[in-house]
Design a protein around this ligand. Structure first.
Ligand code: SAM
Length: 278
């Protein structure tokens, strides 16, 4: 029987943020493939896990994937971890997972922390839908071009950003999205110097003008124009119709205004709702 590849999420700061299942699997597998073995030793020593480690990072992932695949075929179970959070999310992992799946090896997620979901969960920005863009390009022109291309994105934007580039990126956000665009900056989540900043892009520029340290997630709220709520249309129609005796055209006009959804689409929903009632 071939072994299983486990993709194991580890803490993004606080060592207590690891699941019981992750600890058990890390103890039971034949080998742990880690992005940086020295870094992961801290976590593994903390939990007295003595499983052998091999390095699997962006520079050796292809070659390492072939070796790990051979071990998996021989029946060994393997766990993949990264320095922090969920492997393969802006981290090595995709190549190994793709290679194992193509070879018919079972791949199981052992879910847990990730900076993107942790930041979204506390930022206070719309998060039913979001667009995770990973790291912004390091080069200024490429970064600004990407920000410009995403300006009308109707979902909350989430980026990983390096601390020494944050001030420059916030300046670009303020210029391209306007100083009033709400943003959030989650810094050092789950760690001693955790900070969660919420405010406008202009306020963020002032707040982060000096030296910034630590690990950072930058979140940008959708633009006003782009903030449509199609899922809110049926409830809004019913609420308004129950509250006021309005002619259909006025009902549709008001709901379109409140939800940001085009009148034609609201009218279609109105017809569907009327049809259901009849
Ligand atoms: N795989 C990881 C995950 O699931 O979150 C992300 C790895 S990526 C190489 C590292 C980036 O994640 C950091 O540069 C930072 O942008 C973000 N990050 C990681 N830990 C964080 C923390 N505790 N607070 C804020 N951002 C964090």
């Amino acid at each position: 029987m071939p072994g299983t590849l486990y993709i194991v999420a580890t803490p993004i700061g606080n060592l207590e943020d690891i699941t019981l299942r992750a600890l058990r699997i890390l103890k039971e597998v034949a080998v742990i493939a880690a992005e940086d073995t020295r870094h992961s030793c801290k976590l593994l020593n903390h939990y007295a896990i003595a499983t052998p480690l091999v390095a699997c990072h962006e520079h050796n992932e292809e070659a390492r994937a072939a070796q790990l695949l051979a071990r998996l075929r021989d029946g060994a179970d393997v766990a993949l971890i990264s320095d922090a959070g969920t492997p393969a999310i802006s981290d090595p992992g995709y190549v190994l997972v793709r290679c194992c799946r193509a070879a018919g090896i079972r791949v199981e997620a052992v879910p847990g922390p990730s900076a993107v979901t942790a930041a979204l969960s506390v930022a206070g920005l719309p998060c039913h839908r979001f667009a995770f863009e990973g790291f912004l390009p390091a080069k200024k022109k490429a970064r600004e071009d990407l920000l410009l291309a995403l300006r009308d994105e109707p979902r909350t934007l989430v980026f990983y950003e390096a601390p020494h580039r944050l001030a420059e990126t916030l300046g670009a956000v303020a210029r391209i999205y306007g100083v009033e665009r709400p943003v959030a900056v989650a810094r050092e989540l789950t760690k001693k110097h955790e900070e969660l900043f919420s405010g406008t892009a202009g306020e963020a520029c002032v707040h982060f003008a000096g030296e910034v340290r630590g690990e950072i997630v930058l979140l940008i709220a959708p633009g006003e124009k782009a903030q449509t709520e199609p899922e809110a249309v049926p409830a809004a129609l019913q609420r308004l119709a129950a509250a006021e005796d309005l002619p259909p055209a006025e009902l549709v006009r008001r709901v379109a205004k409140a939800t940001g959804v085009a009148r034609g689409a609201v009218y279609q929903e109105y017809l569907r709702w009327k049809g259901e009632k009849a």
